[in-house]
Every structure is written in C-alpha cells, then in structure tokens.
Design a protein around this ligand. Structure first.
Ligand code: DHB
Ligand code: FE
Length: 282
C-alpha cells in the first residue's frame, strides 16, 4: 500500500533558482537563504528517500494563461519539461511523473467529488522547479518521481483555504488506496508574504508568517478558515500562494510533528518559509 510519510512546505522565488543555476549559492545574500535547506537535503537523501512527491504548486502564466484557468489540475503524463520563462528553460533535469499513481489519484479525487483537470502535457515553471532545487540541490536527475498538482492562485478567484485542506485530505485517501508499496511525500509550495505589484510592493509580514508556520504544527485546523481578504491584507497580493501549503497540511491528517523549520527575509521580494512535517497522533 502507498503511504504518505512526510510533508514539505517551501517558497518558490525564481531568483533562488537563478542563484543556484549561476553558481551564486555562496554569495552573502544567498548563503543564509539556502543554509536553511541543508538539514532537509541530508534528511531527504539519507532518511526520507521518497519514491514519489506530489508537488502542489502554481503555474505563473507559463503553461496556462487567460485562455484556460484550471482551479485544481493534476499532471498524469510520463514527464514534464522545465518551462522557458524568458531566459530559456532552467538547466535542471526533466521531471519524471508517475502516471499510474497520478491517474489513480485523479480517479479517486473525481469520484470523491473534486473536479480535477487532467493534464498529460505541461512545461513546469519556477513554481515547481525551484522547490525541487532547494530540497534536492544540483543533481543529474531528480531522485524521485514527481506528480505535479497545479492550483490557480494567480487569477481571482483562487480556491478557499478550507477547500485546499479538504483536497489534501482526499489526496491522503487516494494514496492510501493505491495497492503498490510506495513512500509518498506531499509538498506545499509558494508564499510566504510577498507583494510584487502596486503601492504595497515589497510588503513582508514576519509576525503573520511565523504564526502561519506555528499553526501548521500540532492538531490545530484554524488555518483552514483564514479568508482570502486576510491573506491579501496581511501578506500582500501574492501571499495567497500560501493556500497551497494547506493541501499539504490536509494530507498529513489530524496532527503533525515538526522535523525542521526555516524562515528568512528577504529573497528577492519574498519572505522565504520552509517546514518539514510528519503525520502524528492527534
Ligand atoms: C517572486 C516571488 C514569487 O512567488 C514569484 O512567483 C515571482 C517572483 C519574487 O520575490 O521575486
Ligand atoms: Fe509565485
């Protein structure tokens, strides 16, 4: 039987990917951002060793645009290439999917009344490749299969935090009913506070971000009830990316235990947050 063994949350700032790709990781600006991932990199390599990561992310007008805006979409293809976001595709490995598990999850979610969009072809942008880079480093191939799960947080209206949490719970049921013995992680990505546009561009809210991280741990389910307006007001227009972390949290079950946590301001315009959780008894 497949089982979810851990959850990872991480920001996805594109400039971090550029720093890694261009050999700048020891620069004084980037070193403290990336130092907070060293624990996770060793843990993934030596202890956790997932077979599959269900990577919850958002596309930034790379694969989708105003012509089609799926709220929740699951990548069921064999592989997904890095997208060209204007400077050529990132020099990172092609993402290998897990079509059997992905189709199983798609079927389970849709019969569980989550109306997923199924994607067989998609290039993946920094929303997916930067989390892989910060957690796995520069590698000739990614060490596990990846099922991309895309969420619309770019064009209003994004899904509610409560709906995201419930989707995570449904993903856990789907994984538990897959007969093959697989070690599966769920990652929630994006955030934390940031605003890239308008008069409040550059907004960061350390206190709010840290309370968000606090409430991912333990048996609280308060986060599922945060309204969109609070994300907008407190964490900036792009802070809404944080609802994707709630899919990861929902998939962890009733309670979680924190294995690792990191918070650093700034990376480009963003507060970088990172957490590693495992399911716990409630
Ligand atoms: C930045 C952050 C993002 O989440 C993003 O998608 C693009 C840019 C930034 O801080 O530069
Ligand atoms: Fe983003």
């Amino acid at each position: 039987m497949a089982r979810i063994t851990a959850g990872v949350g991480t920001s996805h700032v594109p400039a971090i990917g550029a720093a890694i790709d261009n050999g700048k990781t020891d620069d004084p600006y980037w070193q403290p951002v990336l130092a907070g991932y060293e624990w996770t990199r060793a843990w993934e390599r030596e202890t956790a060793r997932p077979d599959v990561v269900i990577l919850v992310f958002n596309d930034h007008a790379s694969a989708f645009d105003m012509r089609i805006i799926p709220t929740f979409a699951i990548g069921c293809g064999e592989r997904f290439k890095p997208a060209d976001e204007g400077w050529g595709p990132r020099p990172v490995p092609v993402v290998e999917g897990h079509p059997d598990l992905a189709w199983h999850i798609a079927q389970s979610l849709i019969l569980d009344e989550f109306d997923m969009t199924i994607i067989n072809e998609m290039d993946v942008d920094h929303g997916l490749t930067v989390p892989l880079s910060v957690v796995f480093g520069q590698v000739p191939e990614w060490p596990c299969k990846v099922i991309p799960l895309a969420v619309n947080v770019v064009t209003y209206p994004p899904p509610s935090g409560n709906r995201c949490w419930a989707l995570g719970e449904a993903i856990a049921r789907a994984v538990a009913s897959f007969p093959e013995d697989l070690n599966v992680q769920v990652w929630g990505t994006g955030g934390l506070s940031h605003q890239l546009q308008g008069t409040r561009a550059g907004l960061i809210n350390r206190d709010w971000d840290n309370r968000f991280l606090d409430r991912l741990v333990g048996d609280s389910d308060e986060l599922r009830h945060i309204p969109h307006l609070e994300y907008l007001r407190e964490t900036g227009s792009e802070g809404i990316e944080m609802v994707m972390w709630l899919i990861m949290r929902g998939a962890m079950g009733k309670a979680t235990r924190q294995l690792h946590r990191h918070y650093h301001v700034p990376a480009s315009n963003t507060a970088v947050g990172h957490i590693v959780l495992e399911p716990a008894q409630g």
